[in-house]
Ligand binder design. Sequence first.
Ligand code: UD1
Length: 342
Amino acid sequence: MPNKIIVTGGAGYIGTHTTVALQTAGFDVVVFDNLGNSSGRAIDGVVRITGVRPEFINVDCSDMDALARAFDAHRDAIGVIHFAALKAVGESVEKPLVYYRNNLNGLINVLDNMVRCKIPNIVFSSSSTVYGEPDTLPVTEDTPLKPAKCPYGQTKVMGEQIIRDTVLANPDLNAILLRYFNPIGAHPSAEIGENPNGIPSNLLPFVCQTAAGIREVLNVFGDDYDTPDGFCIRDYIDINDLASAHVAALKHMLDGARGIDVFNLGTGRGVSVMELIKTFESATGVSVPRKIAPRRAGDVPAIWADASRANRVLGWRANVPLSETLASAWRWQQKCMAEQNS
Ligand code: UD1
């Protein structure tokens, strides 16, 4: 049975965890990655977990000639999961053209090759950022989209639209857009995890590095929001749960779903920044030095998902308890430090 899936960005944080989930479900994975923000060592971690080395092609999706050659070698693929993209919010404000060029050209080139090679199914990594600051909570897939607050977010809004129009024009192409809330944690084996370059801008990597003594103190951005405890609220979803949703989405299309569909991927539970820090401390037994800092520009006060549609239609739900997710992130942090010191 044909079961080959192309995973662009398959060496990255979400890409490696999804590759593990796909291989575990019996798919044959080919990774396309330019290693721009990842390393081949992440693939070694996948191999240690699954015992299977995915084929790897070093290719940049925004390089059309190279990408066409990579697709030509894998015309028998039955689906593509497209992760490859730049994702740093602050950098996208400083370098909008780099973000639009990379993220949009990459997506357009992938779609072009899928149509040309008649590969029928794409899963796209979108983001809850497409909802901006929502008027009602939790957000469903029907909650109106708002202009994103940064070029990175805009590339997700535009990417969704590009896929919609391409599916409309190509009845043989099916797509599922997955809107991620806040993916966190690592594989329970600590063989793969998130490896941010430089100073982390996301909360949990900063929490882990502060707990490890790499950073002196965690800045908690704002304690005066209009929320029960005054701190921002997010929906933190375990990376392994997120990965398994990609397998469910792909299977849904392989089982015959046609056209385009969209799903929120979250737990359905809002957690405040302080609640996350305290849960981390009790799950790991390690304290996190912190201080209250001014609000961070562009942060929405509160957002969490209504993820019931993914449950109803895909049969998927987030399962891993937050404390377990936080403990996995800490194990991964400790392992990275041990490797650095050895
Ligand atoms: C951010 C991006 C979002 C992107 C996602 C990818 C912004 C505005 N949004 O989401 O577009 O899809 O990352 O992972 O950047 N916090 C602190 N101290 C810190 C870091 C964060 O208090 O040092 C707080 C933030 O104020 C926020 C929460 O932690 O309330 C989560 O922040 P973060 O992990 O950066 O995620 P988002 O901002 O939700």
